[in-house]
Design a protein around this ligand. Structure first.
Ligand code: UT7
Length: 328
């Protein structure tokens, strides 16, 4: 099979920045607590009326421009999100229309929470490598501000909004592009990070809204421990699978949930923090958007050079996990 390569990337964050100082006027918290426990200083919040699809379109346009392609060149769109504009239909169909993609473009959403972009990369790469699709657009996008409980200090300080995108195609050059992926999930941990209402088990009711049960609930400490273990294992598995050693990795782009989680992975892999791309301080946790925003920033900042090996590694609600190795 030919190798799949990333032809371009793009990202977008809403203009509105919510600082820790401002949050501490909304709930009983402090800049000091948020910074020392999570590494987050600020996050972006979508403007009133700014939808998930709007943010996705901004990131997608930047990725298409970076790739030198037109919307009509795309024949596959995969959107990773847990906050689609609507429950039905898929955000990808709304984005297809807003972007002006062809009507014979295959469109679907994928929910793997914060691992969503790695899942989308794996899925779209396989579809492109099969030859049945030529150019894929993959987007990780979230409007988490719409499902955060702004009265719950244990979660509202952590999340933010944004979008990141990548365009995939094939290359005849051997040994470049997506070298491999490792995906998985611990389905026995669904009760650690969830939204109880608004799905088919518990449709929204006036009572559930009053109790804010349409919002994210999380057992942070438990998630933290499993996240470190899952990301470390996912990283080691993909390195072993591809016969690559940790010191050969030029840059790790981890899911940006908590600086302390990234520091723990750095210690476990015995890779210095300089080799990790970190922007959690400026975005908070943007779930499926976190890795593609970081990837786009890293490329544009010149942190990724031709021949470099990059490791993407993520975990999220599910609890899902995923890793990917890319040679540029
Ligand atoms: O993408 C996946 C998404 N999830 C994650 O990545 C989350 C992973 N978990 C974490 O990042 C961390 O567990 C948190 C940042 C959520 C919390 O850090 P922690 O060090 O595990 O703190 P904790 O939950 O043990 O809370 C310590 C104390 C508690 O008070 P007591 O019981 O010691 O009196 C909390 O009530 O801090 C309190 N606390 C706060 N205080 C000020 C919890 N949230 C806040 C807050 N401000 N925002």
């Amino acid at each position: 099979m030919p190798s799949t390569v990333i032809l371009g990337t793009g990202s977008y964050a809403p203009a509105r920045v919510l600082t820790n100082a401002e949050l501490s006027t909304m709930v009983d918290t402090s800049d000091e607590w948020i910074r020392t426990r999570s590494g987050i200083r600020e996050r972006h919040i979508a403007a009133p009326g700014e939808s998930t699809s709007d943010m996705a379109v901004h990131a997608a346009k930047a990725a298409l421009q970076d790739a030198g392609l037109a919307p009509t060149d795309i024949d596959l769109l995969v959107v990773a999100t847990v906050t689609p504009d609507l429950v039905l239909p898929a955000a990808s169909c709304i984005i297809q229309h807003k972007l002006g993609l062809r009507t014979d473009t295959a469109c679907f959403d994928l929910n793997a929470a914060c691992s969503g972009f790695v899942y989308a990369l794996d899925t779209a790469s396989a579809m492109v490598a099969s030859g049945r699709y030529k150019k894929a657009l993959i987007i990780g996008v979230e409007k988490l501000s719409s499902v955060v409980d702004w009265q719950d200090r244990t979660t509202c300080v952590l999340f933010g909004d944004g979008a990141g995108a990548a365009v995939l195609g094939v290359s005849d050059q051997p040994g470049v592009g997506l070298l491999g992926t490792k995906l998985g999930a611990y389905g026995d941990c669904v009760d650690l990070l969830y939204i109880t209402h608004g799905g088919s088990d518990n449709p929204t009711t006036p009572e559930s809204i009053a109790a804010r049960n349409h919002c994210i609930r999380m057992k942070g400490k438990e998630v933290f421990k499993i996240a470190v273990r899952a990301m470390d294992e996912a990283a080691r598995d993909i390195l072993e699978q591809q016969g690559v050693t940790a010191d050969q990795i030029a840059l790790v782009i981890p899911h940006q949930a908590n600086l302390r989680i990234i520091e723990a992975i750095s210690q476990y892999l015995k890779l210095p923090m300089e080799r990790f791309y970190v922007n959690v301080d400026r975005y908070g946790n943007t779930s499926a958007a976190s890795i593609p925003i970081a990837l786009d920033e890293a490329r544009r900042a010149g942190r990724i050079k031709s021949g470099d090996i990059t490791l993407l590694v993520a975990f999220g609600a599910g609890l899902t996990y995923g890793s990917a190795l890319i040679r540029w």
